[in-house]
Design a protein around this ligand. Sequence first.
Ligand code: NIG
Length: 419
Amino acid sequence: MRLFIKNIKKLVNVREEIPSAPLRGNEMLSLPCMDGAWLLTEDDRIVRFGRMQDTAGEALEAMEIAADEVIDAEGRMVFPSYCDSHTHLVYAGSREMEFMDKLRGLSYQEIARRGGGILNSVELLHNTSEDELLRQTLVRAWEIISQGTGAVEIKSGYGLTVEDEMKMLRVARRVEEETPLKVRTTFLGAHAVPARYKGNRAGYVDEIVRDMIPAVAAEGLADYVDIFVEEGFFSVEDACRIFETAAKYGMVPKVHANQMSFSGGVQVGVRYGAVSVDHLEFTGPEEFNALQDSGTIATLLPGATFFLDMDYPKAKDMLGYDLPLAIASNYNPGSCPSGDMKFMMALAMIKMRLTPETVLNAATVNGAFAMGVAADYGCIAPGKKASLFITKMIPSYEFVPYSFTSQLIDTIILNGKKY
Ligand code: NIG
């Protein structure tokens, strides 16, 4: 199957060479683009691209004739699909009543202490069959596809028993079978202490390292392991135990770090070679120094900061420390019931004063690195997966985060197929 797209006003985030490492600091400020372009795909890959005016008429004609389908972009833009590297896409039901509690003044932690929050979703998920869970998740999966996402990381963490954690991860894997999304999965057994271990967190961590990690690994259900390092949830010591066991099974760490306090989550993530540390509302020079010489990506989740009405991470300072930033949606029923990457980018610009170039790089190239799919996804380059979208008529790429609630996508192409 060959697809030829012509008359593209601008190919956004187009690179002759695939970046070999996440973009850091000032590198994030530049967004390579090509004006007046064409693009050729074959099967699921991008083959090549070029400028209309630099390409001989006969060559353009030959590509057009050889193509199975020709799309005349008529001056619309082409972007690489978003790579959303932090989501909790698999969950049952919803938690809008807690949203009301929050508006009445209860904090996220207070709701959790009353047995609500994550434990509320745990109960809902326990009472939902695997097929029904898949059905509910697929609605969200197609929703994020329609919003431009092409690759997504999905965590467990609403099971908290061996069976239910595996049920979640199986559903996450089935999302990849049932949709054109590229999916990477993360085992997050240490998301909250379940009711049966109330007052005995160490006992639950024992169960995670003794039973859960080996069972998840035996079925090859998780690429990464994650933990919520936070007062009232899990400690740095718990993270060490979990990461040491997970390493024996080849699971690379990610961390829910420094969301509600200076929890040490960043430092423990760096110490164990985490691919990313995510959230980072409570960070400063100590955390930035720890990250500076590491390969760990600082992942911002502005949708959760917004929904919980908190202060935003100091993202510009992070760039000053030459850190690599990713932006992800954190789609989940408690702190961010949205997977709209365009909205996340807009928030990052408005609330953290990042540039459009920075947020687009953070949501594509660096998002791909933060979920281990950068060889195939994250920008437009020869040999990459043909996962991209064609916009409606828009004046500039800045218009995308600027026009933050408008549906601006005209055509979605994932793995070389039109949706
Ligand atoms: O990333 N902070 C922990 N986990 C999620 C929220 C999960 C929930 O409230 O259901 C987050 O914000």
